[in-house]
Design a binder for this molecule. Structure first.
Ligand SMILES: C[S@@+](CC[C@H](N)C(=O)[O-])C[C@H]1O[C@@H](n2cnc3c(N)ncnc32)[C@H](O)[C@@H]1O
Length: 309
């Protein structure tokens, strides 16, 4: 048995419903979402959804599609419904309890990989800690591109760690990435060469103005940065010095638009015991100053202020 509407009309009508519910800004995005939802319901590849626009969806596929569409119209994020999200050209399993990795976060991965590959010392061996790992997206992208890096991935949320574990297994990185549960850097017991963090940085009083997809569905622990958005970075900064390697090390963090100078000040306050500090600021694809890198005891030829490594 099949429905009375062909697939092209089905996709068009559901895209219009997504626009009317303010789930998509334009028809192109809405169509893409509808096609992805239909592909998920019918268990086919998206490219095959309207390859032949004249077939009528089977009733069983249409019934499942309507359920998925309803969830989306209620502002459940597409990635949670599909169960997948692409990040850094890798496929991640994702669902409620873990922040959906964002495209702007790919910038921090580029910066970390560049820092690893650029320095002779880090080219041989390097310890990396990803603080607030969520789905494990950053740690895994680094692990895939720097197989010699020994990576620790930490989160305070047990739910997020379940997703991180699934993704580490999916990408077969169990030997390279150690998952730890706890507050910021506290679970670490070895010195770290590169500390990375994408901590919650939205000021508490701005949360209500975020899209419903975020406030209704993504974890508050992953987005709420306290009164001015910088509370987690203050705690992180206080914990940093005792966990950083005494030789050449680097602290690389993602921040919200307009926050970089404040986060720089907060971090430098606790890094005064290090020498040869270098600061670099990196912009994301939208040209927003997104990633702050602070290198300490940094000598590019592999020396440290105390002598050769
Ligand atoms: C903005 S999300 C980033 C998730 C992931 N790294 C990404 O980029 O997609 C922040 C993460 O920090 C975690 N988090 C919040 N407070 C924390 C704390 N005190 N210690 C460790 N992790 C924390 C949250 O559970 C969440 O997974």
């Amino acid at each position: 048995m099949s429905s009375t509407k062909n697939i092209r009309k089905t996709i068009h009508d559901s895209a219009q419903m997504l626009i009317d519910a303010y789930c998509a800004e334009n028809m192109d995005d809405a169509r893409l979402e509808s096609e992805l939802l239909y592909a998920c319901a019918a268990e086919i590849d998206r490219v095959n959804v309207i390859a032949d626009g004249n077939y009528n969806p089977k009733v069983k596929d249409l019934t499942k599609f309507e359920l998925l569409l309803d969830r989306r119209i209620n502002h459940e994020p597409l990635a949670y419904i599909l169960g997948h999200k692409e990040f850094y050209n890798l496929d991640f399993l994702i669902g409620p309890g873990a922040l959906i990795p964002r495209p702007e976060t790919e910038t921090i991965v580029d910066v970390v990989l560049n820092t690893i590959h650029e320095h002779p010392q880090f080219n041989q061996e390097v310890t990396v800690a990803d603080i607030g790992t969520g789905s494990g997206a950053i740690a895994i992208a680094i692990g895939m591109h720097a197989p010699h890096a020994k990576i620790f991935a930490i989160d305070k949320s047990n739910e997020a760690l379940i997703w991180a574990k699934k993704n580490i297994e999916k990408h077969k990185l169990q030997k390279q990435i150690t998952l730890l549960h706890g507050d910021l850097l506290q679970p670490l017991n070895v010195p770290i060469d590169i500390v990375i963090a994408n901590l919650p940085y939205i000021p508490a009083d701005e949360l209500q103005s975020l899209p419903k997809e975020i406030i209704k569905h993504e974890p508050d622990l992953a987005v709420n940065g306290g009164i001015d958005g910088l509370e987690l970075y203050r705690d992180f900064s206080r914990q940093l010095p005792q966990h950083l390697s005494k030789k050449n090390n680097s602290v690389i963090v993602e921040v919200g638009a307009g926050q970089i100078i404040f986060v720089q000040e907060i971090l430098l306050e606790n890094l005064s015991s290090f020498n040869n500090t270098q600061i670099q600021i990196h912009r994301d694809l939208r040209k927003i100053r997104r990633v702050l890198e602070i290198r300490n005891n940094y000598l590019p030829d592999g020396q440290t202020p105390e002598g050769r490594v």
